[in-house]
Write a protein that binds this ligand. Structure first.
Ligand SMILES: C[S@@+](CC[C@H](N)C(=O)[O-])C[C@H]1O[C@@H](n2cnc3c(N)ncnc32)[C@H](O)[C@@H]1O
Length: 242
């Protein structure tokens, strides 16, 4: 069991502590994720979750649409908490890392993921927007990885929800509802939630170009901590994909 899996930059013990203590604060994020996922109807009945943690943002109702769940997350404590949170879900757990290797983004890992789990639907569970935090060479590695990710998306049924941008502010958003968007700049996206804009620095999670060709996206605000807000973007495949 590696220490950096238990306490990593995007999950681990601190994340579980937050999830347990901020249930009420996170409830609108859960509801928005549930609503967005209700529009996703892949026909493969094995679901591979990449980065689900304990499945805090996934409803039992959604998971029961699939015959079997494979949860891939390096955090070993997440498996037990997933079992406690979703006691009736038939799942297996893998700690294999298909996204990074030797601290770099791993393009071939995406093809390996397809080979390991044929006839599956893949849900990227708030992991793509964490990659710039986890991989210091993210921008250097991105072109090659983005090409592999595009190939992946054309070869399998998939969906992704991910942090698009984040901001620390004492000003609460005026809008906490779900919005349908096309390709919005971060500034325009921010104004959908904070209509007067904000003075604070907005952190770009560098996911926008990865999904630039998708016309229909859904965004919502997740208040992850007191003054800590994430704009989560949900992207579903277009008709050109499988
Ligand atoms: C921001 S958390 C999101 C957790 C969960 N999807 C949710 O919405 O509550 C990101 C998760 O990705 C996991 N993770 C980190 N690196 C990963 C990797 N290479 N493959 C799969 N999961 C990874 C972390 O352990 C963490 O559980």
């Amino acid at each position: 069991m590696k220490l950096n899996s238990i306490v990593n930059a995007s999950g681990g013990l601190i994340y579980h502590w937050r999830a347990l203590h901020r249930r009420r604060m996170w409830s609108s994020h859960l509801e928005n994720t549930r609503r967005w996922l209700s529009a996703w109807t892949p026909h493969e009945k094995q679901l591979v979750l990449i980065g689900p943690s304990a499945g805090y943002s996934l409803s039992e109702e959604f998971l029961h649409r699939f015959h079997h769940i494979v949860a891939i997350d390096p955090d070993p404590t997440a498996k037990l908490l997933f079992r406690l949170r979703h006691p009736n879900v038939n799942f297996s757990w893998s700690q294999e890392d298909f996204l990074t290797k030797n601290g770099r983004l791993w393009s071939e890992g995406l093809y390996f993921l397809l080979d390991c789990y044929p006839n599956s639907s893949f849900l990227f569970c708030n992991i793509i927007g964490q990659l710039p935090l986890l991989v210091s060479t993210f921008e250097k590695d991105l072109t090659k990885w983005a090409f592999a990710f595009q190939t992946f998306r054309k070869s399998a049924q998939w969906a992704s929800y991910h942090d698009s941008w984040s901001v620390q502010t004492k000003v609460p958003p005026e809008n906490r509802d779900f919005i349908q968007t096309t390709h919005l700049s971060i500034e325009d996206s921010l104004k959908k939630f904070w209509t007067k804009g904000l003075k604070e620095h907005v952190v770009d999670h560098l996911t926008q170009n990865l999904f630039a060709e998708y016309e229909s996206k859904t965004s919502w605000i997740w208040q992850i901590g007191g003054n800590d807000y994430r704009c989560v973007e949900g992207v579903l495949p277009s008709k050109q994909d499988i």
